[in-house]
Design a protein around this ligand. Structure first.
Ligand code: HEM
Length: 202
């Protein structure tokens, strides 16, 4: 959730100033703390999160096989909470496309080709142009927007349940839940805005 906040903030820059987006992207893309400390932690966190998600889902299904006489799921849980595995799977599918679109080319350019300059042949930074180019294809924009809707559904339950999981049940819980709901709607909506903005302005 902290990553999504910074990722949203940096990508939102691309809507307001190509130069600022290029400067910040180059800094984040070459600063050793981000590249060699934060990025490995992030990627490990993403992998650990979805593997544990699947493991727990399989465990819960096994435990649930003692089917309740009459299970009125809706009575005691939200659609979002009962379908975290599906919204999670949709986000994972998005990550596959997203890594193909942005991260693998980034890793290839910097660590396989070995070009840390971030520059095109004309000496300009490449980040804004590469991002805009990706949102020319309507099919990609549609897939991204669908994925961001699932991201909202996943966060709508995930945010508050994350604090519940760590036992943060105190006088701030109500406020946290409210903040969580706002976060779960504003951040994915913001990503939808960025994708549509670049598609409509390329
Ligand atoms: C319009 C929306 C988005 C845009 C324009 C965007 C853009 C980018 C770009 C340019 C990179 C390469 C950055 C680099 O490695 O230097 C990247 C990487 C990445 N993106 Fe996104 N992204 C968007 C939404 C998302 C969302 C919603 C998620 C998570 C659910 C996400 C997760 C990641 C991850 C994990 C990486 C690899 C780590 C990193 O390099 O920071 N992105 N994205």
């Amino acid at each position: 959730m902290i990553f999504l906040l910074q990722h949203f903030a940096i990508n939102l820059l691309s809507v307001f100033s190509a130069d600022t987006f290029n400067e910040v992207s180059h800094f984040m893309g070459t600063f050793w703390v981000i590249q060699y400390l934060m990025q490995p932690v992030l990627i490990f966190g993403v992998i650990f999160h979805f593997v544990m998600g699947f493991v727990l889902e399989i465990k819960n299904n096994k435990a649930r096989n003692i089917s309740y006489a009459k299970n009125n799921g809706a009575a005691n849980s939200t659609w979002m909470s009962r379908n975290m595995i599906w919204s999670g799977a949709a986000i994972l599918a998005f990550m596959g496309l997203h890594f193909y679109d942005f991260w693998f080319p980034e890793i290839n350019t910097k660590y396989i080709v070995g070009d840390m300059s971030g520059q095109l042949a004309n000496g300009e930074f490449r980040y804004f142009e590469e991002l805009q180019h990706k949102f020319v294809d309507l099919w990609r924009v549609v897939l991204y927007v669908i994925a961001f809707v699932f991201l909202a559904l996943h966060l709508l339950h995930g945010f508050s349940s994350a604090f519940q999981s760590v036992g943060a049940n105190n006088k701030y819980t109500k406020g946290l839940k409210g903040f969580g709901k706002a976060y779960a709607i504003i951040i994915p909506l913001g990503f939808i805005f960025i994708a549509l903005f670049h598609h409509l302005n390329h």
